[in-house]
Every structure is written in C-alpha cells, then in structure tokens.
Design a protein around this ligand. Sequence first.
Ligand SMILES: *[C@@H]1O[C@H](CO)[C@@H](O)[C@H](O)[C@H]1NC(C)=O
Length: 259
Amino acid sequence: MAAKALLLLALVSLFLGLAAADWSILNQKYWRNNNNAKAADTLKSYCESWRMNVELHNIREFQVVPQECVDYIKKYMTGSQYTADSERAIEEVKLYLTSCCSLQNDGKDAWIFDVDDTLLSTVPYFKKHGFGGQKLNLTSLEAWMEECKAPALEPTLKLFNELKDKGIKIFLVSSRRETLRSATVDNLISAGYHGWSSLILRGLDDEYLQMQQFKSEARKKLVDQGYRIWGIIGDQWSSLKGPPKPNRAFKLPNSIYYL
Ligand SMILES: *[C@@H]1O[C@H](CO)[C@@H](O)[C@H](O)[C@H]1NC(C)=O
C-alpha cells in the first residue's frame, strides 16, 4: 500500500513538474540525489526517449531541443548512430525498390526527395549555432545556405543515382524559398547531384501555406500531370503526410529541428 501511494505521489509530482514551463530533468530530486554515473545514465535515457518520440511523431512542433539534451543530440547527429540509422533507412528503400513498382518507363515514374537533411546536410551549420538548442534563425540559416557549402548525405546520394539509373524521374520538393534557387542548384551540383527533373521551392504565394500543405500541393500537381509517385524520402513529417499519398514514404532521422 505504502509503495503504491508513493508511486502515485511520484507520478503526480512528475505530472505537475511536466506541466511547469521550466521543467527540466536536471531539477528533479532523484537526479540530484543520485551519483554521477547513474545520473548520466538517466539523462541519456531521457534524451534517447525524447529523440525517439520526435521520430515517432509523438512530439511535434518543437521549437528547440530541450537544453539538457543538446549535448546528446549533438553526439547523435555527429556520431556513428545517425549515419547507421540513415544508411538503414536507405537500405529499406532499396529493398522496397526490388519488388515495389511496375515501372512503365514512360517517363511518368517518379520519386520525391526533400533537400535539407535528406540530400544535403545542415549539420555543419547547426554545429556552429547551438545544435537545435536555440530557436531557428532563418536569416542566418539562409545566409549559410547561400554559401553553398552543405555536404551531401552519402547514402542518399547513392540512392538518388540508383533511382535515376532505373529511369525514375526525380523531383525535389523543398521548404527552401525561391530566392535560394540558384544557391540551391549550385550546392546540389557541387555535392554531386545532377539529373533531377524539377526543383520545387516555396514561391511568394506559397509562403502563407503550412509546410505540409505546400508539399501536398506540389505532389498533387505532379499527380495531375500523370506522374506515379512510387515513393518519397524526407527528414520531416510534413513532407510525408497529407494527400495525395505516395506508394511508400521513408523518414530519415532529424532531431535538430521541426518544420
Ligand atoms: C539572426 O541572425 C542574424 C544574422 O546572423 C542576426 O543579425 C540576428 O540578430 C539574429 N536574430 C536573432 C533573433 O538572434
């Protein structure tokens, strides 16, 4: 009975704690009372769950990575696990391609890619700008994009070429603005990409649209033109959800920002 009451009390205080705006795992009593190794373990589990729930789309519209997890996310995004997770996602696309699609080779088989953190990596930018721990500053991010220094995500580059070799038309649908068109094209080329069919960016008229709505409408135009969208790969849920649905959607990891 006592144990149950204690558990209830713990849950209630956890709930109250979560409700407070400044809730932080670092302020919790058990954290302060534990030794360092145990505490580090607890923090790691906490941040791992945060990251997992971002990927599961349970956590939505986060504006910043929780302060206590910035180091963890930095380690993840710059370490071998992020690479392994991305490579695995691409492997699954390749597996899907072995049996998914009755390609007609009539120029209407299509595939959609996101640009940032799908074809090109923004990790070098975030390394210098707080790694998701600061609210996204579009001015400074766009200035960085203008420099055309984003490297390719190597596993995605391989997939891009494989799809192209199969005769599938490649469409790039990006949340980047139309003003970044020439910088984006230059960066894609210098990172090793060429031969896409169209790069669809957000024009002035699209800027009032929600990201998901913009991407939905871009897909709808392609479907109306007779394209069969066999798949999409992107790092944002807004790229994958909403009508018209592709045959399959593949999500790449990204726990730095949410669009
Ligand atoms: C955003 O970045 C620009 C360019 O680096 C800078 O001038 C501006 O102060 C930043 N804004 C905020 C809110 O930090």
